[in-house]
Structure formats: C-alpha cells, structure tokens
Design a protein around this ligand. Structure first.
Ligand SMILES: O=C(O)[C@H](O)[C@@H](O)[C@H](O)[C@H](O)COP(=O)(O)O
Length: 242
C-alpha cells in the first residue's frame, strides 16, 4: 500500500484546477486503455471544484460512468441533494447521458435505496468488488469521508458495496454510502481539502497515530493510490509540508 501522495496548491483555485486536471487525465487514460471511465463523486467542496473545472475537459463524455460516493436520501428538489447540484452545475454543461450519471432513488426507504443503487453499480461492474478508476472524496472537520463517520458501525461493513445510514451526525440523517471494501479497491482515491479549519484534522489523518484511525485515514487502496490535494492553509500543520 503506497503512502499518500501530497499535492499542495497555494490557493483553493489551484486545488480545484489540480483536482480537475487529475480526473481528466485519469479519465482519458482509462478510456484509451479500456474504453470506459468509472468515477465516484462526493458532495461538499469537491463538488464545487469538479463542476467548476470539468466542463472545460477535452474528453469523450460518452465513456464516463458517474456514481456517487455517498448521497443523501432527499428529494431532487432538496438543496441538500448532491445529484441535483451536479445535474445543475455539470450535467447541464457537458454531453453526458442521464443514463450514465446514476442517481439514487430517494423515493425508496434507505435500505432499499442502497440495494437499488448497488444494482445500478452492477450494470457497470457485473461481479466482484467494483474497482473505480477514480473516487473523488472530501473530508469533513471530524475526519469523515463519504458518509462514513468516526466510531460508526459502518466503518466495519465488509460485504455491502453501498450501505444505508439513518443516523448521520451530519444532516441530513439518511444517506447511502460506499463502503471500505469498494473504496480500498479503487485505482485512485483523491481528496481535495481547503482552508485553515481543516489543518488540524488533515494533520491527524495524515500524520497522526491512532488505534482507531479516522474514516479518511482508513482510505488506503490495496492496489491503488491515494492523493491529497490541499491548499496551503489546510496543509498548514503538516510536518511534511513545513
Ligand atoms: O455529501 C456529503 O456530505 C459529502 O460527501 C461529505 O462526505 C463531504 O465530502 C465532506 O463533508 C467534506 O465536505 P467539505 O469539503 O465541503 O468540507
């Protein structure tokens, strides 16, 4: 398992550009090699970065298959809906079919919604543990990633691809999230974090030693890479960056 790769941009704009450049480069390489690019996206600031930079990409969008690393179980009309954010800010700007931007069925109860979403993933990964080309991840101030929160039983989920959660400490409470068997089977997991408010947790995740690693620290692809793209403020307490 390779050590995390650290990219430190001076500003949030540089983090956004570095994230999009990485995703586009990985996408075009995957399309050239296998004719398809499988991509997992998150909410939060990473969503803003991706929607800001990907519309300018020179790529074959028909070969992209986009899933959510996690999604809230709310109607599309709800401002908390991550799909709605990407639909308005990315899908509306690029020639990608709605068939290839996989939305959660928020009409279902959360456990059924997770199972239904797993079936959608199976349309791209028919068997075994899905291996995404890229998972774009964020990290919350508590060290959560996707909808995997510190101390939550879901950190130990070992069989589901997507798991339901009904007690998310970050509202809204009901969500569906990728699990570590899938996250750690990805070819590339890339975090994008900015701002001084993240400096302490970034230092804990990247340099702390704990018997109970934080959720973001448990992202360690067994046969892939984990890349952290940080601005100077978020990297401000890292020994490696000093
Ligand atoms: O839907 C969600 O809530 C996100 O997927 C979540 O996991 C996010 O990535 C982190 O909360 C970091 O968000 P920020 O980068 O905006 O702090």
């Amino acid at each position: 398992m390779a050590a995390p790769i650290l990219n430190i941009g001076a500003s949030e704009a540089e983090v956004s550009a570095q994230l999009c450049d990485l995703v586009i480069s990985k996408a075009n390489a995957a399309i050239k090699e296998r004719g398809i690019f499988t991509f997992g996206v998150s909410g939060g600031s990473a969503a803003k970065f991706l929607c800001n930079g990907l519309p300018q990409a020179s790529t074959d969008w028909s070969k992209w298959r986009i899933f959510f690393c996690d999604e809230r179980l709310v109607p599309f009309s709800d401002p908390e809906c991550t799909y709605a954010f990407y639909k308005a800010n990315l899908m509306s700007k690029v020639p990608i079919s709605e068939d290839y931007f996989f939305a959660l069925n928020s009409e279902l109860p959360v456990a059924e919604a997770a199972a239904d979403y797993e079936n959608k993933v199976r349309s791209v990964f028919p068997e075994g543990i899905p291996r995404f080309d890229v998972l774009s991840l964020g990290m919350g101030p508590d060290g959560h990633t996707c909808s995997l929160f510190p101390g939550h039983p879901l950190l130990k989920e070992a069989s589901k691809i997507y798991a339901p959660i009904s007690d998310s400490p970050k509202p809204p409470p009901q969500r569906v999230t990728l699990t570590y068997p899938v996250i750690n089977n990805a070819a590339c997991c890339v975090f994008a974090s900015c701002g001084a408010s993240k400096a302490d947790i970034v230092q804990q995740v990247l340099e702390g030693k704990s018997d109970e690693p934080l959720p973001a620290a448990r992202v360690r692809p067994t046969n892939g890479e984990v890349i952290w793209i940080l601005d100077k403020a978020a990297a401000g307490k890292l020994q490696a960056a000093l």
